[in-house]
Ligand binder design. Sequence first.
Ligand code: PHE
Length: 448
Amino acid sequence: MAKRAGFATRLGAIAAAVGSAVGLGNIWRFPYEAGANGGGAFILVYIGCIIVMGIPVILSEFIIGRSTHSNMKSALRQLSPGKKYYLFTYLCILGSFVVIGFYSVVCGWIIEYLYQAALGNLHGHTPQEYEAIFMGLVSNPWRCVGWTVIFLILNFLVMSRGIHKGIERVASIMMPLLFVILIVFCVNSLLLPGASKGLEFLFYPDFSELTMRGVLDAFGQAFLSLSIGISCLVTYGSYFKDDTSLSMDAATVGVLDTLVAILSGVMIFPAVFSFGLEPTAGPRLIFEVLPSIFQQMTGGYIWALLFFLLVFFASLTSTISLSEIPITFLIEEHKLSRRVAILWTALLSLILAVLAALSFNVLDDVVLFGKSIFDAMDYAASNIFMLIGGLFTAVYVGWILDRKVVHDQLTNGGRLKATVVEPYLIFCLRYVAPVSIIFIFLYLTGII
Ligand code: PHE
C-alpha cells in the first residue's frame, strides 16, 4: 500500500480534529436548538451526553482509525476479518453526504453575510429589519444557490491541496483566533441591558420545558457537534501518530467543542433577550441577533467582518473533514486518484446542497417526512445517521473489538496508563451509550 499522508505535528492533528468538531454546529445550531428546547435543561442533557457518550465515541473512532491507519471500511475488515461489519461504512458515507448537503447551504449564508459585512450593509437596522434581510437572502434562489456553490468550490479547492497543507495549516491558525473573538463577543453581549435574562435562560434548568424530543435533539446535537458517528474521526485518527495519547486528544476535542458551544450561547442569548427577539427563532436566530450585537460595538464594521471570516474558516475546517470521508474511501477502496475522488465527491455534494438551498424558495412546497428538504436533511443527519453510527461504534468497540486492540491504543503499547480510562470507556460504550440511544429511539417511535 502507498504511504499514507499524516498530520505533521501533534498540535496540528488536534487542531484539525478540533477544527472538524468546531463549526456551524456550535455557533449556529447549538444556540437555536437550545433556544427551541427551553435552554438550561437542554444544555444539561447535552453536557451529560458529551461526557458519557460523546467523548467515549470520539475515543472509539480514534482507536479504530489509528490501530489500522486506514479508512473505516478497510479498518473494520482488518479488525474483524471475515465479518460483515465493514458494510457499516456505506451508512457513514451516506451520512456524510447528507451533512454536507444542508451544511454547505448555511456556509453559503455565512459567505453572503461576510460579503454584506464588507459592504457595510449589516449596520444601522432594527432587529426586525435584520429578519427581513435574512428572509430576503434565503427566499432568493440565485443568491442562496450561488453562495452555496461558491462555498463548495472553495472547499474542494482546499481539499485538492492535501492533508497538511490544506487542513492542518488552516486549522492551527484559525481555531485559536476564533476562540479569542468569541470571548470578546460574549463580553459585549453580557454588557447589554437586560443581559442577565439571557443567562438565566441559558443556565437555569427548567425541566418542564424539556420533552423527550428535546432529549433526542440534545443527543443528535452532541453527535453532530463532535463530528461522530459517520467515521470522520476514524479518518482523522488514521492520520495520527502512534505516540499521541488518544484519551487526552479525545477529551481535548470534547471539552473545547463544548466550550465553544456554550460560549456561543453566552454570546447569543443575552442579546436575544436584550433586543426583545425570540429565542425559538430556529435556523435564522444568529443571523438576526449577531448584526444587532455588532452595531452596538465600537469598530462594529471590523468586528462583523472578522467574526464572519472566522466562522467561515470554522465551517470550512468542518466541511473539509466531512468531504475527507468519501474522498479517502474512494481513493483507498476504489483506487481512484485524489483528483477524481474529489470530483465525484464534489458533484454529489453539489446536487444535495442545491436541493437543500432550493428548499427555501422554489422547492419550498416539497415535503419529506413533514419537513422541508433542508430540515429533513438536518434532522436525518444528526438525529438518525449520526446517532445510529454512534450506537454502532459504541457497540463495536465495547462488545466486539478485541480488547487487546483497545488496551494497546489507550496505552500506546503499554507506555501510558489507562487504569481509570479503560474501564470508564468500556462501561460507557457497553451500557450507557447503547441503552440511552435505544431507549430514546424506542420511546419516540412509540414502542415504549
Ligand atoms: N462538527 C461539525 C460542527 O459542529 C459538523 C461535522 C459533522 C463535521 C460531522 C464533520 C463531521 O459544525
